[in-house]
Design a protein around this ligand. Structure first.
Ligand code: NAD
Ligand code: GLY
Length: 372
C-alpha cells in the first residue's frame, strides 16, 4: 500500500544503512533556512560550498548564512554550469580554491546544485587530502532522487561518461523541495526519468502510483513531489545498502543508462539532458527486454506512455550513418561491459530487473526500431 501521508511541516528521513558510513537523507520544505538541518554535522574551521553560476545567485547566500552559524569561515566555489564542465578543469578549480584558502582535512564541503555539482564535489571530497567530509544539498529533482544518494562521484572523460571517479559517501543529504520551484520544466522532466526507473526495476506499485500522479508531479504539487522523492530514495537506499560498490545488484539502477550514456556521448555532453537520454534509453531497454522474451508488448507500451507523459523523448537520435554500429561502439565503453561484452539492464513483467548480455544483431534491431 502506497503511503502518501508525508507532512509538509515534518521532514521525512530515509536512512541509508552502510555500517560506519550510514547517513540520513532528509526530505522536506524550508530545510535550507532551518537550523536543525545543519545541527549535528562535524565542526571545522572552514566550510566550503561548491556550486555553479546558475545556482549560486538563487540559493548560495541562503546556505552561506545558515552555515555561518556553525563554521567560522564559509567559502564559496562557483563553477561554470553544465554537463560539459564536468571535467578535470572544474575539479582542479575546487582543489585550487581549497589549497588557496588553506583548507585542512577537517574542512566540510557542501555540494549545492544538481548532479553535476554533486558528482564533482563528491569526487573532490574523496581526493582532497585523501578524503574530507561532505554533505549533498541537491537542487534538482534528478539529484534529489538519485545522484546525491549512494556515494557515486565522478567526472566525465571525452571517451566516456563518469569514467573517472570514486565511491565516496556523504555525511548527509538535504533535499529541500522548495528549491525545485525554480527548476525549469525540462529539468523537472529529466528528473522524472530517474523517478520512473524505480518502478519497473523494483516496485510496480510505485509505477501504478506514478501513472496516477504524473500531472501533479509535472505541476510540482508538493505532496506528490515529496512522496516521489521519498519513495525513490527509499528504493535507492535499499539497493545501495545491499551492494554499495556495484558488485551485482546495484547495476539495476542503471536501467536505461547503457543506451542513454551512448546518446549523451554520441551527441556530445549537454546536448540532451542526462535524464532525457535515460528516459529514451529506458524505452530502448524495455524494447530489448521484449525482444529477449521477458517483457510483454503491453509492458513496453506502458513504460513508453509514462515516459512520454513525463515530457521526455521516446525516440532515440540518429548518431551516425551506420547508427547501430555507432551505438554499439559507444556502449562498449559502458562500465558494466565485461571483456568488451555489453551488459544491459532488462526488466520483466513481474517488476524484476536482470543484467544480461544480448546478441549484437538483436541490439541493432532494437536501435533501428527505436531511433529516428
Ligand atoms: P545538472 O547538475 O546539470 O543540473 C541541471 C540544470 O539545472 C543545471 O543548469 C543547473 O545549474 C540547474 N539547476 C540546478 N538546480 C536548480 C534550481 N533549483 N533551480 C534552477 N536551476 C537549477 O544536472 P542534473 O540533471 O541534476 O544531474 C545530471 C548529472 O548527474 C549527470 O552528470 C549524471 O551523470 C549525474 N548522475 C549521477 C548519479 C550518481 O549516482 N552519482 C546518478 C544519476 C545522475
Ligand atoms: N545512478 C546509479 C547508481 O547510483 O548506482
Amino acid at each position: 500500500m502506497v503511503d502518501t501521508s508525508i507532512s509538509k511541516a515534518a521532514p521525512a528521513q530515509v536512512r541509508i544503512d552502510l555500517g560506519e558510513r550510514s547517513y540520513s537523507i532528509v526530505i522536506g520544505t524550508g530545510l535550507l533556512n532551518d537550523a536543525a538541518t545543519w545541527q549535528g554535522l562535524p565542526r571545522a574551521a572552514q566550510a566550503v560550498i561548491v556550486t555553479n553560476d546558475r545556482v549560486a545567485p538563487l540559493y548560495g547566500e541562503r546556505v552561506v548564512r545558515a552555515l555561518s552559524g556553525y563554521y567560522p569561515t564559509v567559502h564559496t566555489v562557483v563553477l561554470p554550469d553544465g554537463e560539459q564542465h564536468k571535467t578535470w578543469q572544474s575539479l582542479n578549480r575546487i582543489f585550487d580554491a581549497l589549497l588557496q584558502q588553506g583548507c585542512d582535512r577537517k574542512t566540510m564541503l557542501f555540494a549545492l546544485g544538481g548532479g553535476v555539482v554533486g558528482d564533482m564535489t563528491g569526487f573532490a571530497a574523496a581526493c582532497y587530502m585523501r578524503g574530507v567530509p561532505f554533505v549533498q544539498v541537491p537542487t534538482t529533482l534528478l539529484a534529489q532522487v538519485d545522484s546525491s544518494v549512494g556515494g557515486k562521484t565522478a567526472i566525465n572523460h571525452p571517451l566516456g561518461k563518469n569514467m573517472i571517479g570514486a565511491f565516496y559517501q556523504p555525511l548527509k543529504v538535504v533535499c529541500d523541495l522548495d528549491v525545485l520551484k525554480s527548476l525549469p520544466g525540462r529539468e523537472l522532466s529529466a528528473g522524472l526519468a530517474e523517478v520512473i526507473k524505480y518502478g519497473p526495476i523494483h516496485d510496480l506499485a510505485f509505477l501504478d502510483w506514478l501513472e496516477k500522479h504524473m500531472e501533479e508531479l509535472r505541476r510540482c504539487e508538493p505532496t506528490a513531489l515529496a512522496y516521489a522523492v521519498q519513495r525513490s530514495c527509499e528504493i535507492k537506499a535499499e539497493v545501495v545498502g545491499q551492494d554499495e560498490r556495484e558488485s551485482g545488484l546495484r547495476a539495476i539502477l542503471n536501467f536505461g543508462h547503457t543506451f542513454g550514456h551512448a546518446i549523451e556521448a554520441g551527441l556530445g555532453y549537454g546536448e540532451w539532458l542526462h535524464g532525457e537520454a535515460v528516459g529514451c534509453g529506458m524505452v530502448m531497454a524495455a524494447t530489448l527486454s521484449h525482444r529477449m522474451g521477458i517483457l510483454s508488448d503491453s509492458g513496453v507500451e506502458r513504460l513508453r506512455a509514462l515516459i512520454q507523459r513525463a515530457g521526455l523523448p521516446v525516440v532515440g537520435p540518429r548518431l551516425a550513418e551506420d547508427n547501430p554500429s555507432r551505438y554499439l561502439e559507444l556502449m562498449r565503453v559502458d562500465k558494466k561491459a565485461e571483456a568488451g561484452e555489453i551488459r544491459f539492464v532488462l526488466v520483466d513483467d513481474a517488476g524484476q530487473a536482470h543484467v544480461r548480455s544480448a546478441p549484437d544483431a538483436l541490439v541493432a534491431e532494437v536501435i533501428n526500431a527505436c531511433c529516428d
